[in-house]
Design a protein around this ligand. Structure first.
Ligand code: AMP
Ligand code: MG
Length: 407
């Protein structure tokens, strides 16, 4: 049994970002950048108005007040998207919409709300300051500035940044093809159940967790606890997957055939048991084909919470790394525990919790149903409390480490 941190380090040391590929901006959401993105043009591209208002020379409004407003004729109107062809006559104002280019003679823009407009003239009730309401060319960044770093996830704002630079395509890392092999002779698909059968929930839950990462190429197969069936299901999965994830059949029961089947196919074990709860029977191995092609195998426990949490804590970081992500670990924070929890020493336990923001700060309530088959509590949890390996008790009111669940 190896400690969780060693298991994760081992996994992350083995996997590397996949080849890059160019994708259209419209299908880049959720992908990870394969190179730094630098600015092709300055932002803003030209001086422009940040408000709907009136462009003026500052000296023209000197001494203006509510009692003695300054009236200037309006020389023209510039909508966003138009260039004002002409020069601003002396002692005149130019009506500018938000985003309209500001010509060089205009030194300030006064908000429309502060101006009284009547019969072709604008009355100003106060002076203006140089540069007010003008967004300067390059004010945010200049040509060549680093906008997004390699490994950044293309979130909606990141997609918008690329679009703002006119980039129609983007270089991202490839995504692994994932094969999910669900083992268990007791499992039934949707429909009727025979005696001693249960519905398969891991196949559905794990497939959903994989899809949450933006991986589309996922195939699920099921097989019974038969050495030949497990072996041929794994052989097919290895053939077609960059990553194979199995559910069940990985423990020490008489019908747990995943490790032996994988190794009989030439797979190499990297670790088997991890000191976590839930999820102790956890297998990680590598298979290398004649061409040097590699497939990683994650053998997850069959217990539903163990399966999903092992995925979350060990497989998810690996899939993210394959996809080229820079940030592999879940967001973490400290929160005050609402009630004491205890356990035996020896394994790091991920206790399902509900994190809430209260007037006293972040508080986390542990979910009472902590056993590894109790799935409903996981569905209501939004975080995991990391109950350290050798600790046996966490006191009510103490600060504990909490990791957010990202699905
Ligand atoms: P195993 O790891 O195969 O020994 O399974 C451990 C427990 O998880 C047993 O109670 C199984 O019935 C249950 N289990 C295994 N696979 C699934 C599955 N796909 N869906 C729901 N429960 C499962
Ligand atoms: Mg089983």
């Amino acid at each position: 049994m190896i400690p969780f941190s060693e298991a994760l380090d081992e996994v992350l040391a083995r996997v590397a970002a996949m080849e890059r590929e160019d994708v259209a901006l419209g299908s880049a959401l959720g992908r990870f950048l394969a190179s730094n993105v630098k600015a092709l043009s300055a932002m803003p591209r030209f001086d422009n108005s940040s408000v709907d208002g009136f462009g003026v020379r500052v000296s023209d409004l000197e001494g203006a007040s509510s009692e003695h407003p300054v009236r200037l004729p309006v020389a023209g109107t510039v909508p966003a998207g138009s260039l004002w062809n002409g020069s601003l006559p002396p002692r005149a104002a130019l009506k500018l919409m938000t985003g309209a280019p500001v010509p060089p003679e205009v030194e300030a823009v006064v908000m429309r709300e502060d101006v009284d407009e009547a019969s072709g003239a604008a009355a100003f009730r106060g002076p203006a300051e140089h540069g007010q309401n003008i967004r300067r060319r390059g004010g945010e960044y200049g040509v060549g500035a680093l906008l997004l770093r390699e490994g950044t996830k293309l979130t909606p704002p990141a997609v918008a940044v690329l679009a703002s630079q006119g980039m129609a395509r983007v270089s991202v890392h490839g995504r692994p093809r994932v094969q999910l092999v669900v083992t268990g002779s007791e499992l039934a698909l949707q429909g009727g159940l025979a005696a001693a059968q249960i519905y398969d929930s891991n196949g559905w839950g794990l497939e959903a967790a994989i899809r949450c990462l933006g991986i589309e190429d996922v195939r699920v197969t099921t097989c019974r606890d038969d050495p030949g069936e497990v072996r041929s299901a794994l052989a097919a999965a290895i053939e077609e997957g960059d990553v194979v994830i199995t559910s069940g059949g990985v423990s020490v029961g008489d019908f747990d055939f995943v490790p032996s089947a994988f190794e009989s196919l030439g797979g190499r074990r990297r670790f088997w048991r991890v000191a976590i709860k839930p999820g102790k029977p956890n297998y990680f191995g590598e298979w290398e084909g004649a061409s040097g092609r590699r497939t990683f195998l994650f053998g997850l426990p069959g217990n539903p919470v163990g399966a999903l949490l092992s995925f979350e804590r060990l497989v998810r970081p690996a899939l993210l790394k394959l996809m080229g992500a820079r940030e592999l670990r879940p967001a973490a924070l400290q929160a005050r525990l609402t009630q004491a929890i205890h356990k035996a020493g020896g394994r790091l336990e991920f206790v399902r919790g509900i994190l809430a923001n209260t007037a006293e700060g972040a508080e986390v309530e542990p979910i009472a149903a902590r056993e590894s088959h109790m799935l409903v509590g996981l569905a209501s949890a939004n975080c995991l409390i990391a109950f350290p390996r050798d600790a046996t008790r966490l006191e009510a009111g103490s600060l504990v480490d909490v990791e957010l669940l990202a699905w």
